[in-house]
Design a protein around this ligand. Structure first.
Ligand code: NDP
Length: 456
């Protein structure tokens, strides 16, 4: 039985039965049967169902957003954006999958026609993080279903109700019931699921869990995508527009209480603007409202995972012990019930500190002063992770030159954190393997078939 806590109060508000092994057997067999039929359906039929899903999701926007807020603490205003973002991703896949899947004549050799077509994998597993329970799920289920797969979806134990809700809306939109099934439970349930002969695994979560999953499915030669953690850097050059830079970075560091895979967690400031930047930054951070995530003006809600408070405390204490100091007083908040953490900005940090090396996944950032672009590039690349990186400068060519040297899946000049379905989303090094979104994020759900046909 999963006990679901509201992180804003720390109280259990609902209990949900975990999926047991006999249910898993049944679900897997049904997913296989349903997929065999589904892969023969027309593109139009699949399109109609997913378009109807998008409309139904938007019509339930406030209900779904509220559920996100009470399950994982994201401020309601930000949860509403997540529903819009989910709809945007679904629409992108609706607009592009058909063209991608069209079989194509690619050549002719000695009178033999050479044609490329695509087959779905079959039953794919989606194991997902809790920080964007709808948006992350949609990067998998939308392309998976549109390309003819069935999906066994294991949301985080923190957000099972959102996972159940997603299925409810898909079924209401006309999806046959066994094509998308929600599996309730913790990591051990996910491990049991992975023992089944599934045809693909799409994982979003931490590097440590990613390694466990890779180990479980090793030697099986099934397609996998790993969207893992980050320790994303930003560098502010001396010519940056400070007002716009700080606007962007406040969002990049503290949105969703810093619980975004691409949150900016390391900040390198050119020495020439260091003091001026901190002066403006201080007042912006101090004005961020922390508290009840249902209130309109709350920007920082509680942490989704209670256990992360002690991890963030350790990181903060480790930095303070080694000579860092705080721009303003951060740390665990004792003023409210629930899992609140005040924004923490640590100065005088260095790379011997965990705050600059290990993913924090909270409203905390380490700041360092740098003398040159070369020093910034060296420090930005001094990481096991490589999800995103940003540079703020009015000289766009300089920004591009710096970012060309950075080992990251996505790079930004004068913005940070955000993503577009037009571009692949994926990490380098410990941040992952493979891509979601974009045409590459459709290709991950199909396998090519090469045809050699006589001329017609
Ligand atoms: P976890 O790795 O703890 O969990 C991710 C998922 O894996 C959850 O559904 C979890 O279930 C499940 N899980 C846990 N243990 C196992 C196991 N042994 N075998 C199989 N599955 C398991 O990550 P979080 O949910 O805490 O999410 C935060 C992490 O996700 C951060 O590192 C963040 O950067 C990353 N992330 C990456 C994104 C990207 O696009 N690159 C996007 C969003 C987040 P349960 O929760 O029930 O334990």
């Amino acid at each position: 039985m999963l006990k679901i806590k509201n992180p804003a109060t720390g109280e259990v508000f609902e209990e949900v039965e975990s999926t047991c092994i006999s249910d898993l057997n049944f679900m897997f067999e049904n997913a296989q049967k349903a997929q065999k039929k589904w892969k023969t359906t027309s593109f139009q039929e699949r399109k109609d169902i997913l378009a109807s899903f998008k409309a139904n999701l938007l019509s339930k926007k406030s209900e779904c957003a509220r559920l996100i807020t009470i399950e994982m603490g994201k401020p309601y205003t930000q949860a509403l954006h997540e529903i819009d973002e989910t709809a945007r991703r679904v629409q992108w896949f609706l607009d592009h999958f058909e063209n991608f899947l069209e079989s194509r004549v690619l050549g002719e050799t000695k009178g033999i026609k050479e044609i490329l077509s695509w087959d779905p994998h079959g039953v794919v597993v989606s194991i997902s993080a809790w920080n964007f329970p709808y948006a992350i799920a949609s990067s998998v289920f939308a392309p998976a279903l549109l390309t003819g797969n069935s999906v066994l979806y294991k949301p985080s134990e923190i957000c099972p109700l959102s996972g159940i809700k997603l299925r409810e809306i898909l079924l209401e939109s006309g999806l046959p019931k066994d094509l998308f099934q929600t599996i309730v439970g913790d990591g051990s349930v996910a491990q049991t699921l992975l023992e089944f002969p599934v045809d693909g695994v799409f994982f979003t979560g931490s590097y440590e869990t990613g390694k466990k999953i890779a180990n479980t499915i090793k030697n099986r030669f099934i397609p996998t995508v790993f969207e893992l953690g980050g320790k994303d850097p930003a560098y502010v050059c001396e010519d940056a527009n400070l007002e716009k830079t700080i606007d962007s970075l406040i969002h990049g560091i503290f949105y969703n209480a810093g619980q975004v895979c691409s949150s900016v967690e390391r900040l390198y400031l050119h020495e020439k603007i260091y003091e001026r930047f901190l002066e403006f930054f201080y007042s912006r951070v101090a004005s961020l409202k922390l508290g009840d995530p249902m209130l309109q003006d709350t920007y920082i809600g509680p942490l989704g995972r209670e256990g992360n408070i002690s991890f963030l405390n350790q990181q903060r204490e480790n930095a303070l012990k080694k000579g860092a100091y705080e721009l303003l007083s951060g740390g665990a908040s004792k003023d409210e019930p629930g899992f609140f953490y005040k924004p923490s900005v640590l100065l005088n940090t260095d790379h011997s500190m965990s705050i600059m090396k290990e993913e924090s996944f909270g409203p905390i950032v380490g700041i360092m002063k740098v003398k040159s672009d070369l020093e910034a590039v060296t420090l930005m690349n001094d990481s096991d992770y490589g999800l995103t990186a940003s540079v703020f400068t009015e000289d766009f060519d300089r920004g591009k030159i710096i970012l060309a040297h950075i080992e990251s899946g996505s790079v930004y000049v004068n913005s940070c954190t955000h993503l577009s379905p037009n571009l692949p989303w994926g990490g380098r090094k410990h941040s992952g393997l493979g891509s979601t979104l974009s045409l590459l994020g459709i290709e991950e759900f199909v396998k090519p078939k090469s045809w050699y046909l006589p001329p017609s």
